[in-house]
Design a protein. Structure first.
Length: 365
């Protein structure tokens, strides 16, 4: 027995440090449970928004068309003109950067995100823990708009509510070649779209580990991407890659969000993963997704003026110049939380998304 005892001690000493039921065949899976565009917030908002918060469509309408001096407006001058301005901001206004009304940008120096370009520039933010060179101009654009601020902002709330309620937005991450969840110099991260609901606790509000997810291998091919990464001190960092994720916002309206030079930075445990995806997002793509999902009526609840925001995003765009040198994409970050899940594969491995798949998808649209 004494020799057996020594043998067991030696075997345990040689066993992988992170061996567990969650890591099977050097693989662990996670399912997205919470997401939001990264907005650094102080309790009263004074640090990041010293000039206050933005007006919404209803407040702007009253400023543009005041009811005084008996002036009469036509439908074409008012409602129709404002709705057209959502999609086609007028180019002949005195201030084409923000339209006829002022727009409040984030003025603070602190922001959440990642250093996407490897530089520290004058327009960059500093992270909450002192990280230099944070690229997140999307935060500068939306940080002083109540709809994007948590936990009560309408956009913040409903993006999570609909993602959790409907299965279209079921984003999966599978990490393979895992030897250690604390330090591993070479792992592979694959994104998928899942088909199943989230596993909740008894109160129905909290999302817990241990569920299972099937992969959408028929309609979800465009969401399958492989990224190389490493784990250092429990934090997974992936190399930049262009990816696409399902990103519906209302009532299972199926839309995608493209990410250019995307990289994940997530703190991993056997039960969860939490952190950021940092990337450049195409301005037309981002604003179009918002417009498709949120009518002016719905945007009003979060003081989100799409005409103003459309102009500001184009002004702050900081990457991917077109033929005329005009920037077409804006730096961004999204905060994400995942719960561990067991990902079920079919016998035949699914195909990774290719350029031809994207072309076929765009053609069908």
């Amino acid at each position: 027995m004494r020799h057996m005892h020594k043998f067991l001690i030696a075997a345990l000493a040689l066993a992988p440090a992170q061996a567990s039921a969650e890591i099977t065949n050097r693989t662990i899976g996670y399912v997205l449970t919470n997401k939001a565009w990264a907005v650094y917030q102080t309790p009263d908002g004074k640090a990041e928004c010293p000039n206050g918060f933005n007006d919404g469509p209803r407040e702007q309408f009253k400023l543009l068309f005041p009811e005084k001096d008996g002036k009469q407006y036509t439908w074409m001058e008012t409602q129709f003109a404002r709705e057209a301005d959502v999609w086609f901001p007028a180019e002949n206004e005195p201030s084409t950067d923000q339209g006829p009304l002022p727009y409040r940008l984030v003025n603070g120096k602190t922001g959440v995100g990642l250093n996407l370009d490897g530089k520290v520039g004058p327009n960059d933010f500093t992270g909450p823990r002192g990280e230099p060179g944070i690229d997140n101009q999307l935060f500068r654009a939306v940080g002083c708009t109540m709809g994007f601020r948590g936990p009560d902002g309408s956009n913040y709330f409903f993006e999570n509510d609909y993602m959790q309620r409907y299965n279209f937005n079921r984003v999966l991450l599978e990490i393979t070649d895992v030897d250690d969840l604390t330090n591993d110099p070479d792992v592979t991260v694959t994104t998928y779209r899942g088909l199943d609901g989230l596993l909740t606790s008894a109160n129905g509000k909290d999302f817990i580990a241990g569920g299972t997810q099937r992969i959408d291998e028929r309609w979800g091919k465009r969401y399958i991407h492989k990224l190389k990464g490493k784990i250092v001190d429990g934090i997974l960092t992936t190399e930049p890659a262009d990816i696409k994720l399902p990103w519906a916002m209302t009532f299972d309206v199926n839309v995608d969000q493209g990410f250019k030079q995307a990289r994940f930075q997530l703190r991993l445990t056997e039960k969860s993963a939490e952190g950021l995806i940092g990337a450049y997002v195409d301005v037309n793509d981002w604003i179009h997704r918002l417009q498709i999902n949120w009518s002016t009526h719905h945007a009003s609840y979060g003081q989100i003026s799409t005409p103003s925001l459309n102009r500001i995003l184009r002004k702050l765009a900081d990457a991917y110049p077109d033929a005329n040198g005009k920037m077409t994409a804006i730096s961004s970050a999204a905060e994400m939380k995942f719960a561990q899940t067991f990902i079920l594969h079919a016998e035949k491995p699914p195909k990774v998304a290719s350029a031809k798949d994207e072309e076929r998808t765009d053609a069908r649209r």
